[in-house]
Design a protein around this ligand. Structure first.
Ligand code: ATP
Length: 505
């Protein structure tokens, strides 16, 4: 299966089993807006809980808030979003498709990177174990040429974006002979800027300020509450404020399923530090966040850092954690050193001081901020893509299984009476009653046991407990492991502690 096929399968599996539906589907859907179904809501909640626990519960100096989606319109003036939250847009005149000009160029760079990878793979085969890929990169003329080309394109793109030279961006697309990925055409319009914020009106706001925005990021809700939390929580620097919530962006190109949506959810943490220490904390959080991803169990080769070539107006350092989605390595999380930009801007626009009194140095100053910002929906998609597998079994049959890490799986346990009679269903219900206070359980008595196992595999349930006639005699059941499909017979009375320790492990 190629990557495109895998992605198509993941999307249709997500729909078929109630993870993700197109929003307003009965009206033919709403572009780039999705609903989470009965299993999707569970998986999403589990990802949220896992993040909240690692960030808030496990760190004494991080607290969580839940701020409103609507904020005073001056917030977005101060943050720079009204003036600068836009993307460079370009249309193809033949296909009538719209693209982000910078993304077209980045995809072009990725293609060249692909060529380098191919050369290196070929050489690895040719030279065997002694092959030094780094040396090859530095010396092979063809690879060197590709690397120089990438450096040159990146430099031009950065310069154009920094200088807001939209004609320069178009020229780069022309010079690189970048074609429309759909039609292959090079018939492009000019590049223009497009603001991504959704606006609406609020009746009761004072005259002249009645346009309000749906927040495009959750971070500003944290910044405007910085002092409230610092004072009421008696927080000492360095400390963090975390938040999970919806954000809205009128994305120019919204494809790739839930990767780029117009309504999505972010899990963000703003870490307030003493000025001058921000790079140390930036590196700390880069490392910590990568560790968090790796601890979930996906191989390290599926993740990489990508340092930003163009820094946002508020940042002095920024990197993405990219995941190897079926459509390539793409941003999953951003780690940004935001300096004191946001708090200073809010001081200026609100006329209120947002400073920290440092008891050690007896000075007051505006803290610097390091942000970690991960898209919940992208994490959801990465989890689905990483766990979707089609397996050929020894007996020649096939199964589709979602090997979702057990702690994130929607249902933890399925309880299955072998037959729909002889008191087995009643016993199965009894077992569920002992587990459902702590774990999401599913009861299923329909169809042959093999088909029921397959259904649980397809939704990623890590443990299936089967109640059979022996259960009635000695109170034992079998517990089947989703990934190995092996079964062991255990005492029903010990199920809770067995499952708990397996989930912790
Ligand atoms: P991109 O370059 O992909 O547009 P971004 O750099 O604008 O993303 P940030 O502003 O850093 O994204 O937002 C932080 C995180 O929020 C991203 O890492 C991503 O996981 C998530 N995110 C941003 N935009 C979207 C979207 N339209 N749909 C889903 N998730 C998103």
């Amino acid at each position: 299966m190629n990557h495109e096929e895998v992605f198509k399968k993941v999307i249709s599996h997500a729909k078929e089993y109630g993870f993700v539906f197109q929003s307003s589907e009965i009206y033919d859907g709403l572009s780039a807006v999705y609903d989470y179904g009965q299993l999707g809501a569970e998986l999403k909640n589990n990802i949220k809980q896992h993040w909240w626990k690692s960030m808030v519960q496990m760190n004494e100096n991080i607290v969580g808030i839940d701020s409103a989606i609507f904020m005073h319109p001056s917030t977005w003036k101060a943050s720079g979003h009204v003036d600068a939250f836009s993307d460079p847009l370009i249309d193809n005149k033949d296909s009538k498709k719209r693209y982000r000009a910078d993304v077209l160029i980045e995809d072009h760079i990725a293609k060249i990177e692909g060529k380098i990878d191919k050369e290196i793979k070929k050489a690895t085969k040719r030279f065997g174990d002694d092959f030094d890929a780094e040396m090859y990169r530095q010396t092979n003329p063809r690879v060197k040429g590709y690397i120089e080309k990438i450096t040159d394109i990146e430099k031009r793109l950065k310069q154009c974006l920094d200088e807001e030279d939209l004609e320069g961006v178009k020229q780069l697309i022309i010079d690189e002979e970048i074609t429309d990925p759909v039609s292959g055409s090079r018939n492009w319009t000019d590049v223009r800027q497009f603001n991504l914020m959704f606006s609406t009106e609020m009746g009761s706001v004072a005259e002249g300020a009645n346009t309000i925005y749906l927040r495009p990021e959750t971070a500003q809700g944290i910044f405007v509450n910085y002092l409230n939390v610092q004072k009421t929580g008696r927080m000492k620097l360095p400390f963090g404020i975390a938040q999970i919530g919806k954000a809205f962006r009128n994305e120019i190109v919204a494809r790739q399923f839930i990767f780029r949506m117009r309504e999505f959810e972010q899990m963000e943490m703003q870490f307030f530090v003493k000025p001058g220490t921000e790079m140390e904390w930036y590196n700390h959080w880069k490392e910590e966040r990568m560790k968090w991803h790796l601890s979930i169990g996906v191989p390290a080769s599926e993740y990489r850092f990508h340092d930003h070539i163009k820094l946002a107006h508020y940042a002095n350092a920024a990197a993405d954690i990219e995941y190897n989605f079926p459509f390539g390595f793409k941003e999953l999380e951003g780690i940004h050193s935001r300096t004191d930009f946001d708090l200073k801007q809010h001081e200026e626009f609100s006329g209120k001081k947002l400073q920290y009194f440092d008891p050690e140095t007896q000075e007051s100053y505006v803290p610097y901020v390091v942000e970690t910002s991960i898209g919940l929906d992208r994490m959801f998609l990465a989890t689905l893509c990483a766990s979707y597998q089609e397996e050929k079994l020894e007996d020649g049959s096939e199964r589709t299984v979602l090997k979702i890490p057990a702690k994130l799986a929607p249902y933890k346990v399925a309880v299955l009476p072998l037959l729909k009679k002889d008191g087995l269903p009643e016993k199965a219900r009894e077992i569920i009653d002992t587990l459902k206070g702590d774990y999401m359980c599913q009861y299923d008595e329909k169809d042959a046991i093999g088909r029921r196992y397959r259904r649980q595999d397809a939704i990623g349930t890590p443990f299936a407990i089967t109640v059979d006639h022996q259960t009635l005699e000695d109170d034992t059941v079998t517990i089947r492991d989703r990934d190995t499909m092996s079964q062991e017979r255990v005492k029903a009375a010990e199920l809770f502690s067995i499952i708990t320790s397996k989930l912790k492990g």
